[in-house]
Ligand binder design. Structure first.
Ligand SMILES: [Zn+2]
Length: 340
């Protein structure tokens, strides 16, 4: 944080306090207009400072709301909504229209211990992924990813996308996004390729991957501890002891995440194969970068079909089939999150 950021945060805090003093929201169920602070208070949101951004971001408990005075567009968990009336400044206080409550009402974090789902559409930009039978992997998986996001958001689940458009994102960046999203479940979406030879054209079906057991949790814990400097935050003991403690904690987290990944993978794989009637190649283990580098929560990678198979390529090139695929993935995620 630099000086300007501090000042920015301070001014907004001041503004929120002033607003709070003017109007409370408790007496009104859905007022025509309310203060930003009242709105934030109701949902337990905190102001996140974004220097250089004219708007404000309120975040917390699986809900992120971005808005700006004078702008009717408001982003709720990454989805844009249009208000009939824009938020406005009045006497140094930001007022937001009451209809914002009906948009955010009931929007809650992903259930249970997970707070968000990170959707990772594979490839992007110059990295096309598999290309066969007129089907391009990067486009197909982005479209499916967006559809999964829309379904999850409608189900009041917070979603973070590693890419929203046709851009190239490094594999490490994708895991980093998952690692930096508290309570994240990571789902990477890909389409398969069986190779160039003619005999490969027959290969078909859906498979889902979890990280192989041959990669040790301790190795990953060491990496996570150094990358995220977690020992700085652990209280008590020498620096070396703290580091050891942090590594152990991460190793335990990884172990738990492994078994949870398996449950998530089975849930998604089951929905995909049964809803789409495709052959089940099963849940498999593989040493995949995005799974290996995602340290703190369940992580899976699903291959929704073989583009080298003519029938699958044709299906995946159809929007209706991609919607069915997205619905199956979302159903799998929701059933995983909804476990008692
Ligand atoms: Zn791929």
């Amino acid at each position: 944080m630099n000086h300007n950021t501090h000042l920015h945060a301070f001014l907004i805090a001041l503004l929120l306090c002033a607003a709070w003093a003017v109007v409370g929201w408790d007496s009104l169920a859905e007022p025509p207009e309310t203060t930003l602070s009242g709105f934030a208070e109701k949902y337990g949101l905190e102001l996140v400072s974004r220097p250089g951004n004219p708007g404000v971001e309120l975040s917390g408990k699986g809900l992120t709301v971005r808005l700006a005075p004078g702008m009717k567009a408001v982003s709720v968990n990454g989805k844009l909504h249009k208000l009939s009336q824009a938020p406005r400044m009045s006497g140094g206080v930001m007022l937001v229209p009451g209809e914002l409550y009906s948009i955010t009402d009931g929007l809650r974090p992903a259930r249970g211990k997970y707070a968000a789902v990170v959707i990772d559409a594979g490839h992007g930009g110059y990295d096309t992924g598999a290309v066969a039978n007129g089907a391009i992997e990067k486009d197909i998986v982005l479209d499916i990813g967006r559809r999964v996001r829309d379904i999850l958001v409608r189900n009041r689940i917070k979603v973070v996308m590693t890419r929203e458009d046709d851009t190239f994102i490094e594999l490490t960046k994708r895991s980093e996004i998952a690692n930096e999203t508290p309570g994240a479940v990571f789902v990477s979406i890909h389409a398969n390729s069986a190779g160039e030879v003619a005999s490969c054209e027959e290969i078909d079906g859906i498979e889902t991957f979890v990280l192989t057991d041959s990669i040790s949790d301790l190795t990953r814990a060491n990496k996570a501890a150094s990358e995220y400097a977690l020992h700085e935050n652990t209280a008590g003991g020498s620096r070396k002891m703290k580091a050891e403690k942090a590594k152990k904690t991460i190793a335990n987290l990884s172990r738990e995440a492994r078994s949870e990944s398996r449950v998530l993978a089975e849930a998604v794989q089951k929905k995909l194969t049964s809803n789409l009637g495709e052959s089940d190649r099963g849940v498999k283990e593989k040493n995949l970068s995005v799974l290996r580098e995602t340290y703190f929560g369940p992580a899976i990678l699903t291959e929704v079909g073989f583009l080298t198979n003519r029938k699958s390529a044709r299906e995946l090139n159809s929007a209706a089939y991609r919607q069915k695929t997205a619905q199956a993935i979302a159903d799998g995620i929701i059933s995983f999150l909804s476990r008692p």
